[in-house]
Design a binder for this molecule. Structure first.
Ligand SMILES: [Zn+2]
Length: 508
């Protein structure tokens, strides 16, 4: 005998709907005729079927909570589940995954039969199509807005503000006179080689505060935490392409028809070249990077080469008088630190990449959010250093303990932030062509990162001084499927779309 749950929903505002009692009665009758066992009756009253996603209704959540003990859900009509085709399709999909069938008394859906399941599948395809079409329209509207230099909504970056467009409707981005000089000074100091931590210290001395965080809920009356600067927030400011007058749009920066970045000079405070150098400097300053100091430009394999023992990053190192002749593991706790000849490794990886992907379009990694994970690693490293220091004779343990508490708080804070979203941009020209034009190691590093996830170097099997052994090197590529990327972008757009509808905002 089948065990079933009955579900009824009524939104108060809709008068012509059938009452909860009548819905349940017809569902009960439907179950009785088939001699099914009703184990649960769940109700959502006063809940809209178009504005409320099923997952946020208490009654529906009860049904899902009992998924293990029921074979099917009976509703009077499918619009009781949701009036939105998309939500309905999602509900059907969820239930299919839970192996729970759906039947409607009016007979439009019965996923307990093969035909019904096909029907449900068809509905979900239609729903996707509907969403894609609406999403296309929203995208087109946003695109038209942004390419005309207007703001498509959103909070301006620190140092900038939205002002009324002097030459038409809408808003445009402009320098925030109260903060832009701080960002200029930060950028200049970073370009001169200051570490992000030094910049945080400098900011604290100036007394300039970060903007209060956006409130997630207006309902809470909790006093707001006093804001302070973190390495993560400073990096976010410095990495933002807006410093070079670029507009971030859909995971990339806005480009003209030839694929060149569109620069808004009225917004920029650095040249493109300066900003690229600034970001490359930040990339190179990762934990354990260059403990021997000096070169801030990334090596060809910066961020890619990994120690086969500890999977930590390999950095350029010098042995004796030979400067930067090697990549090597800088992790002091590594059991067997790997080192390898630098030029030989670079040549090997490069020729492997070009022979495999050289004729294909070059791919650029575009990430608009900062490397939060690197910030996390920095914090963890700092915590380890501090706890190590506690064991030293004469250590000020209380002070160090206080420092650890601070670092832990920062760690938790960073963990709560969104992680980096990486997107890929497929270039109109081939990797071979771009490689030939690459002017420096930073540019080559960027091209390698478009295709290669990491390069793992195993420990040398025997004595030193042997010639370069390519079998020690394992190149891991990331496979980029533009179709998959496009699909993901659409999901992001759907999320935007729903957010907009939820907030009843006009597009733009
Ligand atoms: Zn290692």
């Amino acid at each position: 005998m089948k065990r079933v749950a009955l579900y009824a929903r009524l939104s108060v505002s809709t008068e012509q709907s059938v009452s909860i009692q009548r819905q349940l009665a017809s569902c009960r009758e439907y179950a009785e005729r088939r001699d099914w066992d009703v184990v649960l009756e769940a109700v959502d009253e006063g809940v809209s079927g178009s504005k409320t996603a099923p997952g946020s209704r208490a009654g529906w959540r009860r049904v899902i909570a009992h998924a293990d003990s029921i074979d099917a859900v009976i509703v009077w009509k499918t619009d009781r589940l949701s009036r939105s085709t998309l939500d309905l399709a999602l509900v059907l999909k969820d239930l299919a995954q839970l192996e729970v069938g759906v039947l409607s008394v009016d007979g439009t859906v019965d996923t307990s039969t093969a035909q019904g399941r096909m029907m449900a599948q068809l509905m979900s395809v239609l729903a996707e199509h509907e969403v894609a079409q609406t999403s296309e329209r929203v995208k087109a509207a946003r695109h038209a807005l942004v390419t005309r230099g207007r703001r498509a909504g959103g909070r301006p970056p620190f140092g900038w503000r939205n002002i009324d467009n002097p030459s038409g409707p809408g808003k445009i981005l402009a320098h925030d006179p109260e903060r832009i000089d701080v960002v200029r000074e930060l950028a200049q100091r970073a370009l001169a080689g200051d570490s992000v931590y030094a910049l945080v210290c400098w900011l604290e001395q100036t007394g300039v505060l970060p903007r209060p965080r956006r409130r997630t809920s207006l309902a809470t009356d909790e006093p707001q935490q006093p804001e302070k600067w973190h390495t993560g927030s400073v990096e976010t400011i410095l990495r933002n392409p807006v410093l070079a007058g670029l507009t971030v749009y859909r995971g990339d920066v806005l480009r003209d028809d030839d694929g060149n970045e569109k620069v808004d000079e009225s917004v920029a405070i650095l040249t493109l070249e300066e900003h690229r150098r600034l970001v490359a400097g930040l990339d190179a300053r990762k934990v354990g990077a260059r403990p021997w100091g000096g070169n801030t430009a990334p090596a060809i394999l910066s961020g890619l080469a990994r120690c086969g023992t500890c999977l930590g990053p390999l950095h350029r190192g010098s042995s004796g008088s030979a400067v930067y002749r090697e990549y090597r593991c800088a992790n002091r706790k590594c059991q067997q630190r790997v080192s390898i000849k630098r030029e030989a490794l670079e040549d090997h990886v490069t020729s492997e990449l070009l022979s495999r992907h050289g004729a294909e379009p070059a791919i650029h990694v575009v990430s608009t959010v900062t490397g939060e994970r690197d910030v996390l690693r920095q914090i963890v490293a700092a915590i380890n250093q501090t706890t190590d220091a506690m064991r030293l004779p004469g250590a000020d343990v209380l002070e160090l303990a206080r420092r650890v508490e601070e670092l832990k708080a920062e760690h938790a804070d960073q963990l709560s932030r969104p992680t980096t979203t990486v997107t890929y941009r497929v270039s109109p020209t081939s990797l071979n062509a771009q490689w030939a034009e690459a002017s420096d190691d930073a540019a080559r590093n960027t091209l390698l990162k478009g295709r290669i996830e990491r390069v793992i170097v195993e420990k040398r099997p025997n004595a030193r001084g042997k010639p370069f052994d390519p079998t020690r090197v394992r190149i891991e590529y990331h496979e980029v499927d533009p179709a998959e990327q496009a699909r993901q972008q659409r999901l992001i757009d759907i999320a935007h779309l729903r957010f907009r509808f939820d907030n009843r905002n006009e597009v733009g």
